[in-house]
Write a protein that binds this ligand. Sequence first.
Ligand code: UT7
Length: 324
Amino acid sequence: MRIIGTGSALPEKVVTNDMLAGFLDTSDNWITTRTGIRTRRLLSTETLRELALEAAKKAIASSGLTPADIDYLICSNVANSYVSPSLGSIILGQLGCCCPTFDMNGACAGLVYSLDVADAFLKTGRARNILVVAAEQPSRFCDWHDRSTSVLFGDGASALVVTGGEGFFDFRLTGNTHTDVMYYKRSLEPTPYDRVEERTQPLVMEGREVFRLAVESCIEDVDVLLERNGLKGEDIDLFLLHQANMRIIECIRQHLEQPKEKFPTNIQKYGNTSSASVGILIDELSRAGVLKEGATILISTFGGGFVTAAALLKWSEILYGKEA
Ligand code: UT7
């Protein structure tokens, strides 16, 4: 499988740390030094559906395919106002695609989980061109009185078009049950038989424990992928890591003993956009010409569950309408 199109979309509204300090007991200094985040984009006048559509349209346009060529849409999304239909179904018609679709909830690792499924569909001939969209509004999971969670997140969407080819050459996905360290619970309707009271509970997160799990498990994924492909840190041109906390990225970088330039980030501008994060990074770097033909890239992500998903690939340049 290889990536032939990329897209991303972000809300207009830029929210600075100082703006948050206006109503939360926090400061620009605390947020910047503990997380690396300076601003984030939050949905206000637009909707998540519009962001998802914009990212998807850009990805299809850059792939050189038409919507009719897409024969599967996988949409990574943790939550939106609809439980059913899926976000994939909601955007399918406006995209002009007519194909099967489903939503993937792999938390912040959902984009790479979706790519793993797409790879399997392509290998078995179930599809020829797959659109993977990751669209998230984590700002709506948070209690905006809780300074320990609300300052971390931003909204955004990314999309990738993938097809058969020589790109991805290994994946590593893991999952284990640590549901207590990070969760967002929604209420369900009571029935005459099941009256257990379920209340919506904004995001609960044990920050330090998530930090520890993230560093430990991403390092394991990276080490396993390198070892089983006979590679060393030096052989990787770029490490594209889930943009959750600059200090998490720095811990992984120090373990690998690789230079900072190999770890591009955009968390400063966008905060943690959940599963959209690594796709937004890929789109920005690809359009900026940073992802060179043949570059070896290692992607590593983690999320609530606790789940992780990492991948190794060789990059094929995308032209975005420019001459070859
Ligand atoms: O996609 C996955 C999403 N989640 C993550 O990746 C989260 C991973 N964890 C983290 O990124 C970090 O643990 C946090 C950024 C959430 C917290 O950083 P920390 O260095 O682990 O801080 P802490 O939780 O140990 O808290 C240190 C202090 C506490 O005060 P006391 O108890 O020492 O007086 C907190 O109450 O910082 C306080 N604090 C804040 N202060 C100012 C927590 N949030 C804030 C805040 N502003 N926004």
